[in-house]
Design a binder for this molecule. Sequence first.
Ligand SMILES: NC(=O)c1ccc[n+]([C@@H]2O[C@H](COP(=O)([O-])OP(=O)(O)OC[C@H]3O[C@@H](n4cnc5c(N)ncnc54)[C@H](O)[C@@H]3O)[C@@H](O)[C@H]2O)c1
Length: 268
Amino acid sequence: MEDPKTSNKKLEGKVAIITGGASGIGEATVHLFVDHGVRAIVIADIQDEKGEKLAASIGHRCACTYVHCDVTKEQDVESLVQSTIQQYGRLHIMFCNAGIMSKSLQTILEFDLPSYEKLFAINVGGVAASIKHAGRAMVKANTKGSIICTASIAASIGSDKHTDYVMSKNTVLALMRCAGTQLGPYGIRVNCVSPGPVATPLLCEVLGVGAEDAESSFANMFMLKNNGVMKVKHVADAVLFLASEESQFITGHNLVVDGGFQRHEGPK
Ligand SMILES: NC(=O)c1ccc[n+]([C@@H]2O[C@H](COP(=O)([O-])OP(=O)(O)OC[C@H]3O[C@@H](n4cnc5c(N)ncnc54)[C@H](O)[C@@H]3O)[C@@H](O)[C@H]2O)c1
């Protein structure tokens, strides 16, 4: 292991789990965590082929496992955490990132309750189960760990559609604040990252366009100009900060990563 005083790697010796790690923001975070020297990383997802391929691509850079884990099944989440502890001894970082958007528009007048229930089971129930089992393992091992959840700027600005999604991300913020309060006495930090629109499969599928078109449709809505469009790496950088010792006195915080996104065209 490199000397942490001279190394610029921020996660040396750490063991991390990333839910929804096979794609998009989760996948970018897997790569960044590996670049920053994690000892072991566990990719948890339901896209087995993508997850296995990603784990194999990490090669010998660190220990890396793919685990099939449907976050709506508490038993899957519990086994995910237990197998991580059995294999790697500890859990320092839990990134609760798995999430979906409903296929229907979910305006309040057309609100589809079964879609809302499915979405809440993943976006809220899955995050609660992940915090619960990671928190229990950290408390048991006296690990001053870091738990990060993916919320969204949608939670704060609302939307003319996707009502269930906005509700779920607001609830994730509430969950993070409760968990942060309750786990603080054990030295465990709980924070959120709230991304603006970034062209991942989730967003492209909802918009029905490819990544390039998705990016150009949002390009004028960022306050920051001339800094390019928002990429998954921007979100992963914020997650890295919240996972690392650099944020060791930060908890209960919602870190917005959105280039100053405006729903309507920003300042000219
Ligand atoms: N892309 C954006 O613009 C944006 C903005 C704000 C927040 N987010 C949030 O970021 C997170 C990651 O999404 P993304 O944009 O990278 O999309 P993505 O579709 O690329 O990744 C989401 C991952 O979650 C996994 N997943 C879905 N259901 C699951 C389940 N039941 N159990 C385990 N894994 C499951 C998917 O298989 C996928 O790999 C989500 O929580 C999303 O709501 C995305």
